[in-house]
Design a protein around this ligand. Structure first.
Ligand code: MN
Length: 748
């Protein structure tokens, strides 16, 4: 295991003014915290963060990043806390360690290839600081190097994740060495057979071509000497994974691969790159279509080099990369090669390391993180710029680990619709990270969202203004439209049933089929809905089916708009969801007398015509002063006069309709009222409240949890009660219950 002074020396070699105290403190702290913990290999656990730190010293990173590497597993695996690390090392290092702790949680999520891109973006969005990613990649590299010690069943998952997520990420950060090593290590576990075949054949090929390689190398060296260019020539062999990938994607056999061997020419200056290129091209012929100048047009990840392929001295194809030493370092270490951290060394008062947000380096860092999520061709870059990428997106998980990408500002409702339309349509609540949260909650990156569903649910139209995704909006619109239509056709069906009965004619929906053309409707349901909406009168339908029928009452007394009365009564019955069928039947009989001129049996007076009437969601009970609000296209909504919701209609006096209750003693109907009950969290609270409600002769129509806190729960009860007196009696009894802290009427 590397000693403390060895680590410091390694950093000192490339950064003579290293903050030794910081490295020593992090070394000792992490070693003490990990204590006697061991790895799967049996090694002391501390050897792992130490190796991760060592990988980062190879990349010449600053001491703050090295310290973060040493500390990277302490919050997750030991008694260390964020605040302790903040106190000892400053909150800059503290936040980086916490960033790594967050990223580690993502390792537990199951991943599918299709999600890899989203997951990479999530990693970037959560990381915020490129150093967190550098430590994460070094961490993954060391874990891959020691994967042999991990139980067999876990190896494949880790290897696949490395291939899909981390290797491409390293590539995008310009760290080609890291990418290649991760790919080779992962390849070995993902497809061991192919790995061994390709590796053996490459070794075999190398043996057979040893002479040719030497020959090319010396020809190149001679050429540069002749032209007075100071250059180093290195032969390089393709890695098994890239050979295998090429064979697969281009459907080539091993023998058909021409560019298994390549050479790298490293020179001092950019000018020398072009001089070397000139010398090569004027000596050997180049293979058309293989020349690329990444010096004049660098890749997005800052990669610069000249690529060309020539027909070499022994007539074989030779792939060449020409670059300067600096370009070579960038190609190897990518992001890490930039000396951006040199001005981050300044200490804060508490001894921590501060990143000044106005340095160019910081701006560069932000830009890099943004660029990382982009591909390396200009078209893709432009496309991604337009999408503004992950600044505008949040990535959330289903409980099974499926990753859902949503626009920023999305709610659990959007999430539900993104999972499936059915899930959205039946969504009644949501747990975000295990806690029940309001459906309006704005989701954050990495949230796990569990949708609570109920088959009885119809998405409220009001959701339309809450959601941000088009998919959710159109689905809500459709579902609302269907629900409204269903209500109208149900209403229409009742109206027609009564109208046919009164006419003394048999009623059957099927009998509408032959007369659809006469009614100018496309199907039976359309007829029912039209009657429900009042676009078609029941008499028109009766006449269409029985053209000979004469409605005597209409001719005798045109003012008696029977179906108006029936409509209202039935609308009330259906829309109010009032239980007690028998009592309604009784009131129906009363209505026959009402039609005869006595009136008075309707629950609400002051409304007429075919308009359906319903209560506001918060309900209204006899005893409340009430007002009707005309809802164009959907009828009349009854509100208690003190309801705060009414302010929305303040500037539309034409929609206000004077209504009053019309209740008589014999009527036994219940009415809706909504209560908020805040109860102390203790076993049996809910049972006690429900019992109290039941023993007071009230029905619970629906119950939802509005707010939960450790000590109390706010519950919303939709009740059915007889009247205001009944409701008030119930409320005062609830207030007296020991487990109840508050009872109030919602909007009533
Ligand atoms: Mn680790």
């Amino acid at each position: 295991m590397m000693r403390q002074y060895e680590l410091v020396e390694r950093v000192q070699r490339y950064k003579p003014d290293v903050n030794e105290a910081l490295l020593n403190k992090a070394y000792v702290y992490a070693m003490q915290k990990h204590g006697h913990q061991t790895r799967a290999s049996g090694d002391p656990y501390f050897s792992h963060p130490l190796e991760v730190a060592a990988i980062l010293t190879d990349m010449h990173l600053d001491e703050a990043t090295i310290a973060v590497a040493l500390l990277h597993d302490t919050i997750e695996d030991t008694s260390a806390t964020r605040s302790e690390i903040d106190e000892l090392f400053g909150d800059d290092i503290g936040s980086l360690v916490e960033g790594l702790t967050k990223l580690r949680k993502l390792d537990l999520v199951s991943k599918k290839a299709a999600q890899a891109e989203n997951l990479r973006k999530l990693l970037l969005a959560i990381s915020q600081d490129v150093r967190v990613l550098l430590v994460k990649l070094a961490d993954r590299l060391h874990n891959m190097r020691t994967l042999d010690h991990v139980p067999v069943h876990k190896r494949l998952r880790i290897a696949e994740e490395t291939m899909e997520i981390y290797a491409p990420l390293a590539g995008r950060m310009g760290m080609q060495d890291m990418r290649e090593e991760l790919e080779e290590l992962a390849f070995r576990y993902i497809n061991p057979e192919a790995f061994h075949t390709v590796t053996e054949r490459l070794a075999d090929l190398f043996e057979r071509n040893r002479g040719v390689i030497g020959e090319i190398e010396s020809s190149l060296a001679g050429l540069f000497e002749k032209n007075a260019i100071k250059a180093t020539v290195k032969s390089r062999q393709k890695k098994p994974w890239s050979v295998f990938k090429k064979m697969e994607t281009k459907a080539l056999s091993f023998e058909q691969l021409s560019d298994i061997f390549g050479f790298r020419v490293i020179v001092d200056t950019v000018e020398d790159c072009y001089r070397a290129l000139g010398a090569i091209h004027s000596t050997w012929s180049m293979v058309p279509g293989r020349f690329k100048d990444y010096i004049s047009t660098p890749k997005q990840n800052d990669y610069r080099s000249i690529h060309t392929t020539i027909v070499g001295p022994s007539r074989q194809r030779v792939e060449l990369q020409i670059r300067t030493h600096e370009m070579e370092t960038v190609a190897e270490y990518g992001v890490a090669a930039h000396t951006l951290y040199k001005d981050f060394g300044s200490k804060t008062k508490d001894g921590g390391h501060k990143i000044s947000k106005d340095t160019n380096a910081y701006a560069w860092l932000r830009r890099t993180i943004e660029a990382l999520s982009e591909g390396d061709n200009p078209e893709e870059f432009l496309e991604n710029t337009k999408l503004e990428l992950f600044q505008d997106q949040v990535f959330c998980f289903t409980p099974k680990g499926r990753l859902i990408a949503l626009p920023r500002g999305a709610t659990p409702i959007d999430f539900a619709y993104a999972v499936h339309t059915d899930v959205g349509d039946t969504c009644v609540g949501a747990k975000v990270n295990g806690r029940i949260m309001p459906l309006m909650t704005e989701l954050k990156n990495g949230d796990e969202v569990d949708i609570i569903r109920s088959k009885a649910q119809v998405p409220p139209a009001a959701w339309e203004s809450v959601v941000v995704t088009g998919k959710a909006r159109s689905a809500i619109r459709r579902a609302t439209r269907n629900a409204v239509r269903k209500q109208y056709s149900g209403l229409g069906s009742r109206i027609l049933e009564r109208a046919f009965e009164r006419a003394g004619k048999p009623w059957n929906k099927e009998s509408l089929k032959p007369v659809l053309h006469r009614l100018a409707r496309k199907d039976v349901d359309d007829v029912l809905a039209a009657v429900g909406r009042g676009e078609l009168t029941s008499q028109d339908v009766v006449h269409a089916v029985f053209p000979d029928y004469k409605d005597e009452r209409v001719t005798q007394n045109p003012k008696a708009r029977e179906e108006g009365w029936f409509n209202l009564r039935n609308a009330a019955g259906m829309l109010f969801q009032i239980p007690g069928r028998s009592s309604r039947r009784k009131s129906r009989q009363n209505k026959e007398t009402a039609m005869a001129g006595e009136g008075g049996a309707l629950p609400i007076r002051g409304v007429s015509g075919d308009l359906p009437v319903r209560f506001a969601p918060e309900g209204a009970v006899p005893g409340d002063r009430i007002v009707g609000i005309l809802q164009p296209g959907s009828g009349i909504t009854i509100y208690p006069i003190q309801s705060p919701s009414l302010t929305a209609f303040d500037d539309q006096p034409e929609r206000w309709i004077d209504v009053r209750w019309d209740i008589d003693e014999h009527m036994k109907e219940r009415f809706p009222a909504r209560l908020s009950v805040t109860a102390i969290n203790e076993p049996g609270s809910l049972a006690e409240i429900a019992q109290l409600i039941a023993s007071n002769d009230a029905n619970i129509h629906m119950l939802s949890m509005a707010r939960t806190a450790p000590d109390f729960t706010e519950m919303i009860f939709d009740l059915e009660v007889w009247d205001l007196k009944h409701l008030n009696r119930l409320m005062s009894q609830l207030k007296e219950a020991p487990c109840v802290s508050e009872v109030r009427r919602v909007n009533g």
